[in-house]
Design a protein around this ligand. Structure first.
Ligand SMILES: [Fe+2]
Length: 296
């Protein structure tokens, strides 16, 4: 996941990184010797649970990437081994980082086809949820789609766009695009809606909720609509946006965003759960169980 403003380094990140140094670009050699037997066991549990959940739910491109990478089922993968396959397929690399990193560093990595992956793993009591991204979220959730050439290009373009957005003061708008696509996106297929967002794919409960629950909205992808829509970081999403294809996503986001940012300047953002008259509605949410607190 990416963060969008200044942040306090979470306790678990501090604890896991004691004694480790990182370079100016926040990368460090993956400290393989720090993974305990318990870590590998936790990885195996998470991997098994998600793989049981995903057939018929996740898009074919994700499954193809997972298979081609041969991501380890029983231990935290060695990044160097995955990088050989990534480099050959799309020219991407994964780099180990201590945890969340500053926006400008994150964008610079993406722009250079490097995906920052938090090296450490959640603890057994956090199987179902932790607020910070860990190696399971970052690697299992994000990396399989980096094997897909169109998605791989989209993510690099996003990084280049991020570097520009920062100068234009438009980061909150661009962050919503990342959130509603890379993290929580759904895709329409002839077999029905499927998941591609890493935030969903790496969560057992949201893998079910996002597709099966009556509660959330499922609305067709619309770039400006998304950039003007708030979101949730503390609950499941109230709205999921559905793309028709990765090519649609790439094409819609190819133009320079400067004019879009100008258009949205000073316009009140939609609430996370709003349904608008012009929306292409796949499913109108029942709103059951929605949190009353403010969206981000
Ligand atoms: Fe993420």
């Amino acid at each position: 996941m990416m963060e969008t403003t200044s942040f306090t380094v979470p306790d678990i990140t501090v604890r896991k990184n004691v004694g480790l140094d990182h370079a100016a670009d926040f990368t460090l050699p993956q400290p393989l010797e720090r993974y305990s037997a318990e870590d590998h066991q936790t990885w195996a549990t998470l991997y098994r649970r998600q793989c049981e959940m995903l057939p018929g739910r996740v898009c074919d491109e994700f499954l193809a990437g997972l298979e081609a990478l041969a991501i380890d089922a029983d231990r935290v993968p060695d990044f160097a081994r995955l990088n050989l396959k990534l480099a050959a397929a799309t020219g991407w690399q994964i780099v180990a980082v201590p945890g969340l990193i500053p926006d400008e560093v994150f964008f610079e990595h993406l722009a250079n086809r490097r995906f920052p992956v938090t090296w450490w793993l959640r603890e057994p009591q956090q199987l179902d949820y932790l607020q910070e991204p860990d190696v399971f979220h970052d690697l299992f959730g994000h990396v399989p789609l980096l094997m897909n050439p169109v998605f791989a290009d989209y993510l690099q373009a996003y990084g280049l766009g991020g570097m520009k957005a920062k100068d234009l003061g438009a980061l909150p708008l661009l962050a919503r695009l990342y959130w509603y696509t890379v993290e929580f996106g759904l895709i329409d297929t002839p077999q029905g809606l499927r998941i591609y967002g890493a935030g969903i794919v790496s969560s057992k409960s949201e893998s079910v909720y996002s597709l099966d629950s009556d509660s959330p909205n499922r609305i067709g992808f619309d770039l400006l609509r998304i950039m003007n829509t708030r979101y949730r970081i503390d609950t499941f999403q109230k709205t999921y946006f559905v793309i028709d294809s990765f090519q649609q996503l790439f094409d819609a986001t190819a133009p320079d965003f400067t004019a879009y940012y100008r258009q949205l300047q000073g316009v009140a953002a939609h609430a996370a759960g709003d349904v608008l008259p012009q929306d292409r509605v796949f499913h109108r949410g029942s709103r059951a169980g929605w949190a009353e607190t403010d969206d981000i």
